[in-house]
Design a protein around this ligand. Sequence first.
Ligand code: C2O
Length: 536
Amino acid sequence: GITRHYKFNVVMRNMSRLCSTKPIVTVNGRFPGPTIYAREDDRVLIKVVNHVKYNVTIHWHGIRQLRTGWADGPAYITQCPIQPGQSYIYNFTITGQRGTLFWHAHVLWLRSTVHGAIVVLPKRGVPYPFPKPNHEAVVVLAEWWKSDTEAVINEALKSGLAPNVSDAHTINGHPGPVSNCPTQGGYSLSVEPGKTYMLRVINAALNEELFFKIAGHKMTVVEVDATYVKPFKTDTIVIAPGQTTNVIVTADQSFGKYMVAASPFMDAPIAVDNITATATLHYSGALGTSPTTLTSTPPQNATSVANNFLDALKSLNSKKYPAKVPQTVDHSLFFTAGLGINPCPTCKQANGSRVVASVNNVTFVMPTVALLQAHFFGINGVFTTDFPANPPFVFNYTGTPPTNLATTNGTKVYRLPYNATVQLVLQDTGIIAPENHPIHLHGFNFFLVGKGLGNFNSKTDPKNFNLIDPVERNTIGVPSGGWVAIRWLADNPGVWFMHCHLEVHTTWGLKMAFLVDNGKGPKESLLPPPKDLPKC
Ligand code: C2O
């Protein structure tokens, strides 16, 4: 591979959306930010310079960072933030991966506007395992907030209540015309009849799972989270924050314009954030005045539409791209994940309580020294290694709130020996309202070996696990009132964050970290930190 250099200037920029203007934090003045292009085996150096008043870090979501955890990016997990006026060079090599990923800020709620695509092409001369599309385009889905997102979450933390939702969703930075701002344009992709287009769809939204559809066109799904899948056709894809999906679209319709739409999927019946973002597939030669063929998206609670799509995802598992599913398990873990209520005497609006979130009843408290530094340099008192392998109370999901909602605060990690095989069952507790949790694991891909509703049954459910061609991902939606079972090989030494990719749930504490020890040889050990690693 070669070395590629990028420079990210983090700067404020005035941006107009929904018929009003506000300053936002951007990379190089763009929303979404610039796309990083590389090939498998390339080394990438990105110099991030912080020109804003906030602390900044950037995470390369889904890049495995083999032995280079220092470049992973989550604030206070693998690094201290880049302070105003400071810079840091992220330095990593993309090993054994190709596909669509994305980068985003990993501190505060800055990722609402600080995000962009990562396109990792196969090694030179290596083809895709499907017919090469004629053209490719990046499609970043996100949100637009009229107010400042830092103010939104700070308000919520003070009051103990849930934060406001965004004012619109966006496709490549634009909501498209909506009723309260009908004059604004949207993203438009021009296509030529008969040609094929690979869309690299990314959900960079803070808090919304999304449906994505194109009027009059089917999509062939070929890849998720930068892993190849068995191709299949669909009308609708569902994509959670943190996930990516590559689809191939053939421009097989007649002349004209076709609506592209993204709208929320919320299993829980609580959301009101229901504005559909729109864009246009524009056949070349179609006049600006030609009518657009419309489409409607599924209702917010269309769980069956989502499941039809999600259940169709299987690893390609070809000779060239085998699914290396761990067949045995060294560490079998069962984590409950969900929301709870803790007392908060100062939270008057919420009657003296506040929403918290936890994993195995532990609400993760962010340290003030990065965990990876504490681990590497042997700094005591930053974290403990007693994260429980099972919940402290026998869990029984009945669909109504369980009686024991108690959570404890702690900065606890779960320790794994190098090269251990891990099975983790994530059970949604549905404590406040049934809801999906897109759980993201840093540093690894994992295989989705099982999934179900209600309680996970450790005797019967594993009999139905798919250990042959389960989908491989880095972010998985734990179904509302249900569970998923994932497996991975802990072959990456370091400290790896795992959290809900709905930013509000992460903020509330739905997060924890794994500590993977060094292996025996130097090739199995974490590299030393770079000289410019920011200090706390
Ligand atoms: Cu994309 Cu820890 O996040």
